[in-house]
Design a protein around this ligand. Structure first.
Ligand SMILES: Cc1cc2nc3c(=O)[nH]c(=O)nc-3n(C[C@H](O)[C@H](O)[C@H](O)COP(=O)(O)OP(=O)(O)OC[C@H]3O[C@@H](n4cnc5c(N)ncnc54)[C@H](O)[C@@H]3O)c2cc1C
Length: 416
């Protein structure tokens, strides 16, 4: 029996009210699309780049949070619920409440979430007394407690070997922790190790060159081609393969950056990347075979329109864009997606293209930061032409800590 028509419809349905969803909805509304609905379950919106500073004790979770209703663009409907299934043929989304929402175009902006199963024992470890992660709002304050309490011993920092938002952002907390320990006069009693799946420190030669002096200065051991296999929280040991060789690393403090997974309903709707298929956000520079790269929204990484279903679009952490995802990259993506969606409404081809621009701001010490800006080909992509790699400088520190949060709340989320 055919399903009854959906209870409500939207011209454009945006799934997820995070960085991608809100900035895109605001932009589309500004450009003349009147009937937009955003499905978002959470009552609080977070500026997630601030998580690194929360983990470093420089900001609080309160400072990175606003009520969701305050960031919802005027004139856009907020449906406070979550999507549990999408039917791209019937063009409906089924919500957790059971309600079905119809749409003309849908944009998947639902982000990604830590895949704790990727590293057995990792969930237990970060829940325990010696490990943490800045990747969740709940745990970032604990990172600071652990850093502050450590006076001697072994500290491990991991980089995910699969998709994750700004996968190299773990280097930000690494240098900030070392800077703190150095200022406290205890760094010489702490053995600091970074495990990264990349072949070099950052995986981009120019960025490597800028960061290496800081690694030397803090005496950090860098293990490249390192893949975390499991964590034994009770024994405080991390098992990894480094250059193909099994290693067993004890720790007194662990900052773990988890591999992420896209929401399961994307794949269940037949809209996801296949296992072993296209590279997805964050994978090409960091992943080895067998990472959980499947299931991200399988859009054309240039136009952000789905490869098989033209009424489906995606951007942000949930999309397979063949570059590492970041909030900085999203600013470029929402412009492209909005232009292309509007073009198709006028019967034109979607010709705007996203070049894969992404950015990882790395604070090398309190007061100095580097902006690693690069594109899909792993080439530097400076925002200021002629200045190939920005930093390390005080201006960038100020920009990252003070200016960008204000820009986020007042400009980016308003669709500019
Ligand atoms: C620790 C950390 C540090 C970072 N640092 C930086 C940085 O310094 N610079 C930078 O540029 N980027 C940084 N990023 C990356 C940046 O925050 C993300 O790339 C960006 O937030 C992605 O936005 P998004 O909207 O795609 O996903 P999100 O911000 O995760 O938003 C997704 C939204 O979708 C909602 N949702 C999920 N499932 C459903 C569902 N089924 N139905 C409806 N809604 C749903 C969620 O509740 C959420 O609100 C960092 C990220 C982290 C985690």
């Amino acid at each position: 029996m055919p399903l009854a028509p959906p209870e409500r419809t939207a011209d454009v349905l945006v799934i997820g009210g995070g960085n991608a969803g809100i900035s895109l909805a605001a932009r589309l509304h500004r450009k003349g699309i009147a009937d937009i609905a955003v499905v978002e379950p959470k009552s609080t919106h977070h500026y997630r780049p601030m998580l690194s500073y929360v983990g470093a004790g420089l900001r609080t979770t309160r400072q990175m949070s606003r009520p969701q209703h305050r960031v919802m663009p005027r004139g856009v409907r907020w449906v406070q619920d979550s999507v549990r299934a999408l039917d791209p043929v019937a063009r409906t989304a089924t919500l957790s409440s059971g309600e079905r929402l119809g749409y003309r175009d849908v944009v998947i902006c639902a982000g990604s979430a830590p895949d704790w199963d990727h590293v057995p024992g990792s969930a237990e470890a970060v829940a325990g007394p010696h490990a943490s992660t800045n990747y969740t709002v709940e745990l970032a304050p604990k990172t600071w407690e652990l850093i502050r309490a450590l006076r001697r011993g072994r500290a491990l920092f991991t980089i995910p070997d699969g998709p994750a938002p700004t996968p190299q952002i773990g280097q930000k907390i690494l240098y900030l922790a070392c800077d703190y320990w150095q200022r406290q006069g205890v760094l010489q009693d702490i053995e600091v190790t970074l495990l990264t799946p990349t072949g070099t420190l950052f995986g981009q030669p120019d960025v490597d060159r800028v960061l290496q002096p800081w690694v030397d200065r803090y005496g950090i051991t860098v293990l490249t081609d390192a893949h975390v296999r499991s964590i034994d929280a009770g024994a405080r040991r991390l098992h990894a393969t480094v250059d193909g060789t099994p290693r067993d690393l004890p720790y007194d403090l662990l900052h773990h950056s988890p591999v992420h997974a896209a929401p399961a309903w994307i794949a269940e709707a037949g809209l996801g990347t296949a296992a072993g298929g296209e590279a997805v956000a964050g994978v090409e520079s960091t992943a080895g075979p067998g990472t959980s790269a499947a299931g991200y929204a399988d859009v054309d990484p240039h136009t952000l329109r789905h490869r098989r279903v033209p009424t489906v679009w995606a951007c942000g952490d949930a999309a397979a864009l063949q570059t590492t995802s970041s909030g900085g990259g999203l600013r470029h993506q929402t412009k492209v997606l909005a232009a292309n969606l509007l073009a198709t409404r006028e019967g034109r081809e979607p010709t705007a293209r996203y070049d894969g621009y992404t950015v990882t701001p790395v604070t090398v010490q309190r007061g100095r930061a580097v902006f690693a800006e690069y594109d899909r080909d792993n080439e530097l992509a400076p925002s200021i032409p002629g200045v190939p790699l920005l930093g390390p400088s005080r201006v960038l520190w100020f920009l990252d800590l003070e200016f960008l949060p204000k820009d986020y709340w007042n400009v980016i989320l308003r669709g500019f």
